[in-house]
Design a protein around this ligand. Structure first.
Ligand code: GLU
Length: 468
């Protein structure tokens, strides 16, 4: 059996969209599953729209998602000599021809065809010129005039296109630069791609590409066209629906495993299973179970998966991602608890790492007080609570959540108060608000020194409340 070779071939005209990421993932998964080769090709021939920034954005996103490629990145702009060579070969063999038709002629032809309700297409005037023309010209592929192009789409089944519906495609422009469909063909051929998995917006290009490949004597690869991703309103997913760029998901606090798991499942299924490790995906992924129908993006489900991975992922890896968010927020993580401990304490309370970072600032920075919480909880009545806690914590031998829990219980008993009446003023005193992990865990993570400092400062606030 020929070894499987897949490729992901983005055009660097923007960030990596989640739709593109899903295509990349399917190409990657299939190559890994079949122990084949995954190639990355940057289709940057549209000089005006391609940017180095976009190339970098795509490479960064692939790296963040850990979709490692075995070959490439190959840049089409570096392969112009090769495209030129193939054009010359096709001219020589009569598989392509020079077309001298002026823009005006083509425009007039188009208008006429439109008026006659015909599909606009080149009429083949230069196909069999007796005398070669002169001046500016493009190179067109000599598309077969009759018959059909058939292929068995691995997702959609057999598809068939009539040759008389296909134009004699321009393969090189008048300035000699190759066109999109042509570069794809030469590359898929040279790179010995066996499976082209790509978006269904390319379906109409496929018969043209197959014809050129056949003219070159190449065996066309197998094709699998993946349906698009829709927004919650059933329209094609776009910025209007929220985040669409992979790196924006990172910024919003998603883990790459969660996004990959989500994208794998969006448009592909293995029974009812929702959660897949990377290894499981490699093992279970297959092309026939990719869904023909477009899939709708569901943010809630992605959030659910994200929290699942925050709770169950490798703590060191989750911590590494969280560190990135802390850095984005300008937080010095050496000033507070270890991130792995923080994650344990906060995993139930945050669906994203961004949310976790934002909710954990008081561990690393001075407290920002929520005024309403201060007013409600740092009152005269809180003074004995805070003083007792201060005394007990100062002398506590073992600084563990269990021991701190015992302290809270003792103080509650001593003052004949409910635990909540101890926990809330404590919480406001050391975190600034009424929301945090359980008070024993919070105090434990914050450490003795800072807890005591914050309790002293809170006492002043309680006393001030007296004056009002
Ligand atoms: N460069 C094309 C795109 O970004 C993909 C071409 C292909 O996969 O054949 O849409």
């Amino acid at each position: 059996m020929t070894p499987v070779r897949t490729r992901f071939a983005p055009s660097p005209t923007g960030y990596l969209h989640v739709g593109g990421a899903r295509t990349a993932l399917y190409c990657w998964l299939y190559a890994r599953k079949m122990q084949g080769t995954f190639v990355l090709r940057i289709e940057d021939t549209d000089i005006e729209r391609s940017t180095q920034e976009s190339v970098q954005a795509i490479l960064d996103a692939m790296e963040w998602l850990n979709l490692n490629y075995d070959e490439g990145p190959f840049y089409q702009t570096k392969r112009f000599d090769r495209y030129h060579e193939v054009v010359q070969l096709m001219l020589k063999e009569g598989k392509a021809y020079r077309c001298y038709c002026s823009k005006e002629r083509l425009e007039a032809l188009r208008t006429e065809q439109m008026t006659n309700k015909q599909k606009p297409r080149y009429d083949g005037l230069c196909r069999d010129l007796k005398e070669p023309g002169t001046g500016s010209h493009v190179i067109r592929f000599r598309n077969p005039l009759e018959g059909v192009v058939e292929f068995n789409d691995l997702i959609r089944g057999p598809l068939s296109f009539r040759n008389d519906e296909l134009d004699d495609l321009i393969i090189a422009r008048s300035d000699g630069t190759p066109t999109y469909n042509f570069t794809v063909v030469v590359d898929d051929w040279d790179m010995q791609i066996t499976h082209v998995i790509r978006g269904d917006d390319h379906i109409n290009n496929t018969p043209r590409q197959i014809n050129i490949l056949r003219a070159l004597g190449a065996t066309p690869p197998l094709y699998a066209h993946v349906s698009m991703i829709l927004g919650s309103d059933g329209k094609r997913l776009s910025k209007r629906h929220g985040a669409v760029s992979v790196m924006q998901y990172r910024e919003e606090g998603f883990l790459p495993e969660a996004l990959l798991n989500y994208l794998a499942r969006l448009g592909w299924s293995h029974g009812d299973q929702e959660i897949f490790s990377r290894e499981e995906l490699v093992q279970l992924f297959d092309i026939p179970h990719i869904n023909k129908a477009p899939a709708a993006f569901n943010n809630e489900k992605l959030l659910w998966l994200n929290q699942h991975y925050i709770k169950t992922g490798d703590p060191l890896h989750v911590a590494e991602e969280l560190a990135w968010h802390m850095q984005q927020l300008g937080v010095d993580v050496s000033a507070g608890p270890a991130l792995t401990d923080l994650i344990k304490a906060q995993a139930e309370r945050a669906k994203t790492l961004r949310e976790m970072a934002e909710k954990s600032l008081y561990f690393y920075r001075d407290v920002q007080f929520d005024e309403a919480a201060v007013k409600q909880h740092l009152t005269q009545e809180a003074i004995p609570v805070i003083e007792s806690m201060q005394n007990e914590l100062t002398h506590l031998k073992e600084w563990t959540a269990e021991a701190i829990h015992q302290v809270v219980q003792n103080v509650a008993e001593k003052l004949t108060l409910k635990m909540g009446k101890i926990a809330q003023p404590m919480r406001v005193a050391i975190t600034g608000s009424t929301v945090s992990p359980s008070i024993d865990v919070t105090v434990c993570l914050l450490g003795r020194e800072r807890t005591l400092q914050r309790l002293s400062a809170a006492l002043l606030l309680c006393e001030e409340s007296k004056a009002i």
